[in-house]
Design a protein around this ligand. Sequence first.
Ligand SMILES: *[C@@H]1O[C@H](CO)[C@@H](O)[C@H](O)[C@H]1NC(C)=O
Length: 241
Amino acid sequence: ALNSLPWTAAPLKQCNPNDNACSAIQVQTIITEIYRKGLPELQVPAADPISLGDIRINSGAAQQSFQFNLLLSDTTMHKFGEMAKVRSAKGFTKDLSKPLKLSWDVRAAELEFRAHYDVNGKILILPIAGQGELVLTLRNAQLKSEVVAQPEKRADGHTYLKIMDYKTNVIIGSGYLNMTNLFNNNEELSRSTLKVLNDEWTTMEQAIRPNIMSAIERKFRAILQTILDTIPFENGSIFSK
Ligand SMILES: *[C@@H]1O[C@H](CO)[C@@H](O)[C@H](O)[C@H]1NC(C)=O
């Protein structure tokens, strides 16, 4: 009977409950096949690159040495679907009477963010000002997500997972920030400022990471919910086939 339903178009095989190795393959398939390419038959759009919209970063409270207002607009994140390698996925139990506590650990050798930027402030004792294009490259990112999902029986008689809570912690190995048109394209000032920014990577990363991460978290949660609204959760497996 399940085979006659449209969501069997999803490229997922059933796992036994608590088979974590199988769950890791499921999550990998969700990212590599569904997140990245979408499910056109089921109106799930491809999500790589994803749009993160506008991200405002007002640094200074926590970082004395970095005090700037940075607006990133039309921010996009690239390469996640292509780079993501799922290390583990846990928590897919058969018990539908209480929320599932899911967790997964995903590594990405490289992620790229692009945005229009507008910045004003200072780093160390140097002024920084300009508007232009920004490219942020992150290497060796480790994303650990903790997700609470409530099983819900819906009108079609199937059970779906509704996300109640979604948290992602990220650790970044290294990164590189590039910006065009700093100081109205003053090349020498621009080069020395970018050098300071990247030499002070740890401080800069701490300044920009929280707001970028919450934008990613919101987006990942929405994308995952769209996928989970499309394909049911049956017999302790994310999706059945
Ligand atoms: C930074 O961006 C400029 C302009 O696009 C480019 O010429 C330069 O090669 C980039 N630098 C790095 C290290 O990627």
